[in-house]
Design a protein around this ligand. Structure first.
Ligand SMILES: C[S@@+](CC[C@H](N)C(=O)[O-])C[C@H]1O[C@@H](n2cnc3c(N)ncnc32)[C@H](O)[C@@H]1O
Length: 236
């Protein structure tokens, strides 16, 4: 995953993701479905960018959980007033509930298989108060994934320059992205490699996991926040 590059995440994704407008859309959805909602758990929160905007601009008390300690350190610096937990989305128990649970930017794909998908979705349900709202941005479906894709991002700030190229493959229901980073600064150019493996789930499988976990009123928006689709469901 992002173990070798947590400090590069905001530089790379800040180049093409608009966290401010995504947070505004999320806040609107939450307000429409649960007008009294105030607490939010962002599962797989990364460096905490959605949390920062939800707190700063929308008055929501957003906290986060992630499996990558390097991200949690960055998130704690970015949003010191929020609470952050280290944990696996398929196996966590915070002993409390929230009015909304988010799992954004396809992080759910990292569960890899249907059994862990079911566990994760039931953890989301367990952490929602009655009538609470789940906002879940899925990874690709098996039909939507294109093996053989080559992607490139170039970003720079002050004396740091980063090029990231990735190549996509597939093996059964696992999509694989191999990321190659060239990281240049005054001390030279370093090459790092990361492998990301995410499960490909159909819409029927996502819906079944949500229904089995006790979600109702499951709506799917094929466009969603970033053209990857969006499930919005209510804890039954
Ligand atoms: C594409 S990033 C999305 C981060 C953030 N939500 C955003 O929108 O920028 C995927 C995130 O999932 C986290 N992640 C992967 N597997 C996880 C797991 N089993 N439990 C919790 N977090 C996980 C990664 O550490 C990473 O922060």
């Amino acid at each position: 995953m992002f173990k070798k590059t947590p400090e590069l995440y905001d530089l790379i994704y800040g180049g093409f993701k608009d966290y401010e407008s995504e947070a505004a859309s999320i806040a609107r959805l939450v307000a429409n479905l649960a007008p009294d909602a105030s607490t939010v758990l962002d599962v797989a929160c990364g460096t905490g960018s959605h949390i920062a905007h939800l707190r700063r601009s929308h008055g929501l008390l957003a906290d986060g959980l992630d499996i990558e300690r390097g991200f949690l350190d960055l998130a704690r610096t970015k949003v010191p007033q929020a609470q952050f937990w280290h944990g696996d989305m398929a196996d966590f128990d915070l002993g409390t509930t929230f009015d909304a649970v988010l799992c954004l930017f396809s992080a759910v794909g990292y569960v890899r298989d249907l059994q862990r998908l079911g566990s994760a979705v039931s953890r989301f349900r367990k952490h929602l108060s009655p009538g609470g709202v789940l906002i879940l941005e899925p990874w690709f479906t098996p039909d939507g994934w294109t093996p053989g894709g080559i992607y490139m991002h170039c970003r720079e700030e002050e004396s740091l320059k980063v090029v990231r190229m990735s190549h996509s493959t597939v093996e059964g229901r696992i999509s694989r992205l191999v990321f190659h980073y060239l990281i240049g600064d005054g001390s030279g150019i370093e090459h790092r490699t990361e492998i990301h493996e995410l499960g490909l789930f159909t819409q029927a499988e996502m819906r079944a996991a949500l229904a089995n976990a006790g979600f109702r009123e499951v709506a799917y928006d094929p466009k969603g926040l970033t053209d990857r689709g969006l499930y919005v469901a209510r804890a039954g």
